[in-house]
Design a protein around this ligand. Structure first.
Ligand code: GYE
Length: 305
């Protein structure tokens, strides 16, 4: 008898499921935590991960997916930077019989081209942010001027958070978005855009940023303009990464809607099921909460990312 020939998964890993994953980039604290989650979960699930970082460029993602198809991976996972433009490459994956799992962000392609979409409900996140403002300014008699820093243009979270937010604040006609611009989900852009918007808009009451990082960049711009974040300008963001939670605990942010980046375990589970030919739900929604200052102080010591 030889030692090989069994179905022993330890050792060379040649029997392991091979997952090709195309990540958006490393634009935010959320993304860093998401990448780590996927890498750690792959390891503990015994999945062989081929990881590729697209640096926020769709053409890099398409190239990565084509390379995964060439390498005949078992399953392809990816977090699409924007919503449009995926039909051709998804059809190629389908023709090669490689199932595709969308994680985090959605596409506008025909749902038959992917097996499931695993991630948050971004419209609901925008609604939660908007609802906080509706409640906070319930008795306002004057206009409340809001600046919105949007995420990456054409990305599912930017489109959906904006919609959820704007639909919800419409309940109070005093709540007015006076300027809305993309900060590409990064700290540097958040600061740069906020600097310009503060110059152009004298009377700003609220900043709604589509993620913590842009909010943190904007916070610097607000302080440099001699204003107090959290007081002169209230700040509402989405994600709840550690740095954002710290700003909230310090009173510089006022409210954060959670968006969990810890999708790794679910992704491995789904990849294994799909590879085994089992059916999975077409949409798997992440469970999330919201934080005010007190809740942030309580959660911070145990926050993993
Ligand atoms: O909110 C942001 C990141 O797609 C949910 O992307 C994700 C978003 C997240 O850059 O920080």
């Amino acid at each position: 008898l030889t030692a090989c020939g069994g179905s022993d998964d330890t050792g060379s890993g040649s029997d392991a499921l091979v997952l090709g994953f195309s990540q958006v980039g490393a634009e935010s604290g959320w993304r860093t935590a998401n990448t780590l989650s996927i890498q750690e979960s792959a390891k503990s699930a015994g999945v062989e991960l081929k990881f590729s970082d697209a640096q926020q460029k769709q053409e890099n993602q398409i190239a990565a997916i084509r390379s995964f198809i060439k390498q005949k991976v078992d399953v392809i996972g990816f977090s699409p930077v924007v919503v449009t433009g995926w039909d051709a490459v998804l059809k190629e994956a389908k023709a090669a019989d490689i199932p595709v799992v969308l994680t985090d962000r959605a596409v506008d392609s025909d749902p038959s081209l992917y097996v499931t979409f695993l991630g948050s409900d971004f419209v609901e996140e925008g609604q939660k942010a908007g609802q906080w403002l509706v409640d906070e300014y319930e008795d306002a008699k004057e206009p409340v001027n809001i600046i919105q820093l949007e995420g990456t243009v054409g990305s599912a979270p930017a489109i959906d958070r904006k919609k959820g937010f704007e639909d919800t604040i419409a309940a109070n006609p005093n709540l007015k978005v006076v300027a809305s611009q993309s900060g590409d989900f990064t700290r540097a852009k958040g600061k740069e855009v906020m600097q310009a918007l503060l110059k152009a808009n004298k009377d700003v009451d609220v900043l709604f940023a589509h993620n913590d990082d842009m909010g943190l960049g904007a916070l610097q711009a607000i302080e440099e303009a001699g204003l107090k974040p959290g007081e002169d300008i209230k700040i509402v963001t989405i994600d709840a990464v550690k740095d954002g939670m710290q700003a909230l605990a310090d009173g510089k942010f006022n409210f954060i809607v959670e968006c969990s980046p810890l999708l790794g375990d679910q992704l491995m589970e789904v990849a294994k099921k799909v590879d085994a030919g089992e059916t999975v739900e077409k949409r798997i929604i992440t469970v999330e909460t919201v934080f005010d200052q007190a809740a942030a102080k309580e959660a911070l010591p145990n926050r993993k990312y």
